[in-house]
Design a protein around this ligand. Structure first.
Ligand code: NAD
Ligand code: MG
Length: 388
């Protein structure tokens, strides 16, 4: 029985992971469930899944969570420190990081440092501090298993290839709801339109990132750290059907692709059960339903975020942390209708120019960079609001 902690159990990935656990009662058990501030949902899930502990990041929700857990014997933690403590206790075999954004960094580090294997959905953590995370992973001899569908695809292509090197990888992108649109049309798109993803149903932040191609940019940086690649070895291909989840190319020129329907439950299950494949009844891909599978180059002039992410990757140091923090601020502002779609890359680019560059940041430097960038991005928002 694998005992699994789910950080961000109330979110899109978290809930799908719970469906996988529910379908395999003899194989997996949820031992810790956490949420940001949604107490009602967390209590509901804990009453069904009966974990050993629950944790809520928002400390003001502590009493409500305690009340909800009364009489269950389930331990209750609160606050960021509580999250880190909850994930560090013995009795957890694997930690699924399904929380969204920079807030995943500290609990992920705590989980690694207490010897837990990691199933990583929270890509922002690797984007912000990939060097720190990968160093800690090898120092503690724990596993880092990708959950993101593209990275799971590459990881699955690498099975049985020990000792064989990747020449390059192709990360596929659906292109999102605005594929084919030009800047003139994008100037007026709303967050409601951006939230309508053609192939995947996901949390709000990653859905906006998919529409702006920042999601693919973050995934390029994520791939660098997961597979130890240079920027020039990572190529993005727009593939609107989302059937080929990504492609690995080896040094003999041979290419392997992993395919399937777009359903996050498969990569989640692969990471939870790794190295086994578990029989399930998820819908199967029917090729006759797809007239064709097509591939095209991304429109990097219109969707500038992709180039910004490559730039951050090439520059290294705290630059990806700056990119990520600015992006988190502008995505939130776009969701609140405070800025337009095209202002997002403008503000990110300005932050990348203005925040102090540090070539070899420590953990404390990342914390400072994140805070400083958020402040700058917020002040730029205030100005652009006037202009807008
Ligand atoms: P979501 O918004 O649906 O859920 C986020 C979870 O994080 C919730 O449980 C929420 O309570 C928790 N959370 C939010 N703020 C928090 C905070 N400050 N402290 C602690 N917990 C907090 O997000 P999602 O779509 O499930 O995405 C989760 C992560 O997985 C993201 O990094 C995303 O990029 C990645 N991912 C998601 C999908 C998908 O299909 N949704 C696919 C690939 C990768
Ligand atoms: Mg992905």
């Amino acid at each position: 029985m694998k005992r699994i902690a789910i950080l961000g159990a109330t979110g899109s990935v978290g809930r799908q992971a719970l469906e996988v656990i529910e379908a395999n009662p003899g194989r997996f058990r949820a031992s810790l469930l956490t949420a940001g501030s949604n107490v009602t949902k967390l209590v509901e899930l804990a009453r069904v899944f009966r974990p050993d502990a629950v944790a809520i990041a928002d400390e003001s929700c502590y009493q409500a969570l305690r009340d909800g857990m009364e009489g269950t014997g389930i331990t209750v933690y609160a606050g960021n420190a509580g999250l880190c403590e909850a994930v560090s206790v013995p009795g957890i075999d694997l930690v699924l990081t399904a929380l969204v954004g920079y807030c995943g960094l500290q609990p992920t580090l705590a989980a690694i440092r207490s010897g837990k294997d990691i199933a990583l959905a929270n890509k922002e953590t690797l984007v912000v501090a990939g060097d720190l995370i990968t160093r800690e992973i090898s120092r503690r001899h724990v596993a880092l298993l990708p959950v993101d569908s593209e990275h799971s695809a590459i990881f699955q292509c690498l099975a049985g290839e020990e000792g064989n090197r990747l020449e390059k990888i192709y990360l596929t992108a659906s292109g999102g709801p605005f594929r084919g649109k030009k800047s003139k049309e994008l100037a007026a798109v709303t967050h409601e339109q951006a939230l309508k993803h053609p192939n995947w149903s996901m949390g709000a932040k990653i859905t906006i990132d998919s529409a702006s191609l920042m999601n693919k940019g973050l995934e390029v940086i994520e791939a660098k750290w997961l597979f130890d690649l240079e920027a020039r070895q990572i190529e993005v291909l727009v593939h609107p059907q989302s059937v080929v989840h990504s492609i690995a190319q080896f040094e003999d020129g041979s290419m392997k692709a992993q395919m399937g329907l777009p359903d996050m439950k498969l990569p989640i299950q692969y990471a939870l059960a790794y190295p086994e494949r578990v029989k399930n009844d998820f819908p199967r891909l029917d090729f006759s339903r797809f007239g064709e599978l097509s591939f095209e180059k991304p429109d990097r002039e219109t969707f500038r975020n992709l180039d910004l992410a490559y730039e951050a990757l090439e520059k290294g140091g705290n630059m990806p942390c700056i990119l990520n923090a600015a992006n988190e601020v502008v995505v939130q502002a776009f969701l609140e209708d405070r800025i337009g779609f095209l202002q997002m890359p403008d503000i990110i680019a300005a932050c990348m120019q203005k925040v102090d560059f540090l070539p070899q940041p420590s953990y404390e430097d990342y914390v400072l960079t994140d805070g400083e960038t958020r402040q700058l991005a917020l002040s730029l928002l205030a100005i652009s609001k006037v202009v807008y």
